[in-house]
Design a protein around this ligand. Structure first.
Ligand SMILES: Nc1ncnc2c1ncn2[C@@H]1O[C@H](COP(=O)(O)OP(=O)(O)O)[C@@H](O)[C@H]1O
Ligand SMILES: [Mg+2]
Length: 199
């Protein structure tokens, strides 16, 4: 099971077509924009593909654990591994690529910002068996890099390393506030604890 994760206009469908479509059943809610119960319909297609022993690629924005968990759950039930493809948000680029699209392929900009607000960087602790970071390489192609497994609980005396925000220009999502909380609670990055002077 491949799960693509990224803003509208980040290149997911292009990546999917070029790299996954030959080997995976591609499921996307874009294929039934008007249907009621799109989530249910998507899950049915995912289940059918997995039950038939096929690999499936889910090509939506899939911004958060709310979208990932049912997919990962279905994959596990069928003994399939889940691979996440993370397209880090580049808002100006996504807006520009969206603006250049025609007709229904162009989405209202507010939709991109709504997705940005929900977007979380996937981590192995979320249940992904493998994670790759995918970027448009500026030459018409993509770079694909395995994401480090830096999301396990910090080892004794080691700082947690997963404190870089998905973008630099917005507040850290809730799942990254822990490191700041640790600092506020007196933990230094080197693992020692600050003891406040005074009372
Ligand atoms: N690797 C790439 N290099 C340059 N342009 C790309 C690349 N991948 C996609 N695009 C362009 O960006 C736009 C959005 O791509 P698309 O794959 O539809 O994104 P998404 O599915 O994430 O919305 C399209 O116009 C597409 O032609
Ligand atoms: Mg798409």
């Amino acid at each position: 099971m491949a799960v693509l994760i990224g803003l509208q206009g980040s290149g997911k469908s292009t990546f999917c077509r070029r790299n996954l479509a030959a080997t995976h059943v591609v499921v996307s809610k874009d294929a039934f924009p008007k249907a009621r119960h799109r989530q249910r319909r998507q899950m049915r297609l995912v289940e059918e593909a997995l039950a038939g022993g096929r690999s499936v690629a889910v090509d939506n924005t899939n911004p958060s654990p709310e979208e990932w968990q049912p997919l990962i759950g279905a994959a596990r039930q069928h003994g399939a591994a889940t691979v996440g493809y993370w397209f880090p948000p580049d808002v100006p680029a996504a807006l520009a690529r969206n603006a250049a699209r025609q007709g229904r392929a162009r989405v209202p900009e507010v939709g991109i910002f709504a997705t940005l607000g929900r977007l979380r960087r996937p981590r192995h602790v979320d249940g992904f068996d493998r994670l790759y970071e995918v970027r448009i390489d500026g030459r018409g192609g993509f770079t694909v890099e395995p994401m480090p497994t830096d999301d396990r609980p910090a080892a004794e005396g080691q700082p947690a390393t997963d404190d870089c925000p998905a973008t630099d220009d917005r507040p850290a999502p809730a799942d990254r506030l822990m490191v700041d909380d640790r600092r506020a609670a007196g933990f230094r990055p080197d693992g020692t604890v600050r003891v406040d002077e005074g009372d």
